[in-house]
Design a binder for this molecule. Structure first.
Ligand SMILES: C[S@@+](CC[C@H](N)C(=O)[O-])C[C@H]1O[C@@H](n2cnc3c(N)ncnc32)[C@H](O)[C@@H]1O
Length: 365
């Protein structure tokens, strides 16, 4: 096949693609400027104090006034902040809608921590380049606080507000969780918000979490204590491939982590073996399309963005690796489930849950 045969009718001209790259570059600058404002506390300061000059913001946040002024002007130029330029010393303000998206960690619209994921990856570009040449990867642990905190913060409002009602809507799973003393496993819990939400929704159930990242375990334990569920939630530093004896758990969950695991089948097999007879596992992962078909929608594009910088390098940091990546198609999970001894991965009727799809992996009885 020659190159001309695979071009689509939508292939851009040089001018069109130059325009697109220019727009993308503006978006990259905007995204990383949001990282600065979020991490340095400038948005929070404006939200707390209302219209302010650059010197006010610099003084209150203990940052350098010249950088603050340039950043504030840039934010106004990009239309993120509002500027009153009628006086010689302009004042800047953050609109309520912008503040909600950037600062309100309880809002479903919250995205303020999103730039941290890319900031984390960009810090490791030399290692990523090396991995792209020779194999290997960059682990979740190495990506550090920016990645870990972004992940936990972005999923938190969805778990807190929507996970309980979503699970309550699936009758047989709801009944399992409602049984007094039900034993629930959450593999790869990260910040622990999924476990905490389930523990709050099902006050008679007992929860065990397994995660390989020590900093995540510490963060999740703090969160569980702060939310009054530490007595029923046991967050452990352990690999999901050591889930426990047969019959240890009535049901297991894995939220947005199977695609990150170097050896997902090993973990699924261990979890299956630790379930009661007829028990099942619920997997929440990215709602990507069924197969690769070239040009894709925004969900697939975002997931490829995470995949090339974060999830695929994380999954490939340990050998041997299934090298899944963020764009885990339903058929791929179904194959992993069957290889692990489950009957397969069936989609659960849970819709409108951020970027996610829920699957149930049932055991053969
Ligand atoms: C992308 S984060 C998801 C965290 C959390 N479930 C959430 O939805 O926010 C993936 C998590 O899986 C954990 N993880 C990866 N491989 C694991 C394994 N084999 N066993 C247990 N945890 C694992 C990582 O340490 C990380 O905390």
């Amino acid at each position: 096949m020659t190159l001309t045969q695979i071009h689509t009718d939508h292939a851009p001209s040089a001018d069109e693609f130059a325009e697109r790259l220019f727009t993308s570059t503006l978006a990259t600058a905007e995204t990383m400027s949001i990282y600065l404002g979020e991490r340095l506390g400038w948005y929070a300061d404006l939200a707390d104090h209302g219209p302010s000059t650059a010197d006010d913001v610099a003084a209150r946040t203990g940052t350098h006034r010249r950088y603050v002024r340039e950043w504030l002007e840039m934010q106004a130029a990009f239309g993120i902040l509002d500027a009153d330029t009628t006086s010689t010393t302009p004042k800047f303000a953050i609109a309520p809608g912008v503040a909600e998206v950037l600062l309100d960690e309880h809002s479903l619209a919250y995205l303020g921590a999103l730039p941290r994921m890319f900031a984390a990856a960009f810090t490791h570009l030399p290692e990523l380049m090396s991995a792209y040449r020779r194999g290997g990867g960059v682990s979740w642990e190495a990506l550090g606080a920016d990645a870990r905190e972004c992940q936990a913060a972005l999923n938190r409002p969805w778990f807190a507000q929507r996970l309980g009602p979503a699970i309550a809507g699936v009758d047989h799973i709801h009944r399992t969780l409602s049984r007094p003393g039900a034993r629930i496993l959450d593999v790869g819990f990260g910040g622990g918000w999924s476990t905490i939400a389930l523990a709050q929704a099902y006050p008679e159930a007992l929860f065990t979490g397994l995660d390989v990242d020590a900093e995540s375990v510490a963060m999740a334990r703090r969160n569980a204590a702060d939310h009054g569920v530490a007595d029923r939630v046991d967050f452990r530093l352990a690999d999901g491939n050591t889930a426990g004896e047969a019959g240890t758990f009535d049901i297991a969950f894995a939220f947005e982590c199977i695609h990150d695991m170097p050896r997902p089948v090993e973990v699924l097999r261990s979890v299956r073996a630790a379930l009661v007879p007829g028990g099942s596992m619920v997997v929440m992962d990215e709602a990507v399309s069924g197969e690769f078909a070239g040009s894709a929608d925004e969900v697939d594009r975002l997931m490829y963005g995470f995949s090339i910088f974060v999830c695929l390098p994380d999954g490939m940091c340990s050998e041997p690796s299934s090298a899944t990546g963020t764009v885990m198609r339903p058929s791929v999970l179904d194959g992993y489930a069957k290889d692990a001894g489950f009957a397969g991965a069936a989609t659960l009727p849970i819709d409108d849950f951020s970027f996610f799809r829920f699957y149930e992996l049932t055991t053969r009885t």
